[in-house]
Design a protein around this ligand. Sequence first.
Ligand code: FAD
Ligand code: EPU
Length: 348
Amino acid sequence: MPLFEENVSLRPYNTFGLDVQARYFARFASVESLRELLAQPEVQAGPLLILGGGSNLLLTQNFGGVVLKNELMGLEISGEDADTHTALLRAGAGESWHGLVAYALDEDLSGVENLSLIPGTVGAAPLQNIGAYGAELQDTFERLEALEISTGELRVFGKEACGFGYRESVFKGALKNQFVVTAVVLRLHRAAAARPTNSSYGAIRETLAELGIESEPTARHVSEAVVHIRRSKLPDPAEVGNAGSFFKNPEVSQAKFDELKGRYPGLPGYPVPGGVKVPAGWLIEQAGFKGLRRGAGAGTHGVHERQALVLVNHGGATGQELRALAEEIIRAVGTQFGIELHPEVNIL
Ligand code: FAD
Ligand code: EPU
């Protein structure tokens, strides 16, 4: 049997629902089969795309090379530390991220509940150090295992070696396209330990109150609140194509923020080391794009009506149209505010 399927539509494999084709396509469910696939001439000819859940991708054209879909499974408690009341959770990189969160909650482990319902795979989570509602992957990250594409060797990366930042890691920077993440190990807290769950984020506090949970929320309570908030704000890719936040929230200097605040008193901002983080959704809304629809009929694509940071495919849009809209937004925000937006989504 041939190792690769040919001319495969990637539509079921990206949350924008874009219909582009992969020249070659295969799945891997073990490190051995990944190694075997990487040794094939089709891969050597390049380009190569390692595909997780396709929830952070904008595919603008057919992919002329090889797409390898990660199906490395397995979830286990791989260690316990009674002194620190922590446990190690090891997950195959092809597991769904939210599945990992649910498993942790079932095992009475806390630390990832704020990251509930983020789509995609465990293996992609370190790529951009996924984050939401006051937490980031790096908060519980212990190490990952990754296969070097050029040598087929497995390497272990600790937290320092991953170079995590806001929606950043070494795998998006200096080591881009050089490794396939095969497993991730997190250090989570045994809920029995009296550890305050991270519920300080405003929206979580308010939602917990709405749900009638006023004091000592458990990890499961926080997870429920986060799920509730996300469902009310973010479009479900099963209903309308999207890839979450299309842009990163930009950071500006305090001086730049003060200048803008003078002109736009409603401008929100959150202090970060070296400056102020400004919500891109606010800038895009002010620039007049929120709820915009473009394309034939009632519109094939546009900007979500409840969250201006989310570009959407209402059906029938192309990746090129979405990229053109993203470029238009970057220009408009640049002209109006003097701030350059950078995509969070990987554009291919
Ligand atoms: P893919 O889209 O398949 O891949 C993304 C990139 O990672 C690609 O470049 C791919 O080649 C690379 N990659 C994937 N797997 C591997 C691997 N095993 N080894 C090496 N490279 C790999 N993100 C957040 O941080 N916070 C949020 O709150 C959030 N909310 C979202 C909400 C919605 C509705 C959607 C659609 C997306 C959201 N995202 C969010 C973005 C997205 O879910 C994350 O970036 C997620 O980690 C992507 O996982 P994936 O498996 O779908 O990656
Ligand atoms: N806002 C507007 N108009 C909008 C959208 C947002 O004015 O249309 C302003 C509001 O002031 C709001 C603020 O932006 O208070 C922040 O909005 P929200 O809480 O929805 O968060 P976000 O900054 O838009 C970020 C992450 C999300 C993450 C949430 C929750 C980035 C790029 N995005 O969104 O991550 O889920 O916070 O923590 O950092 C993703 O990365 O794909 C993603 C969805």
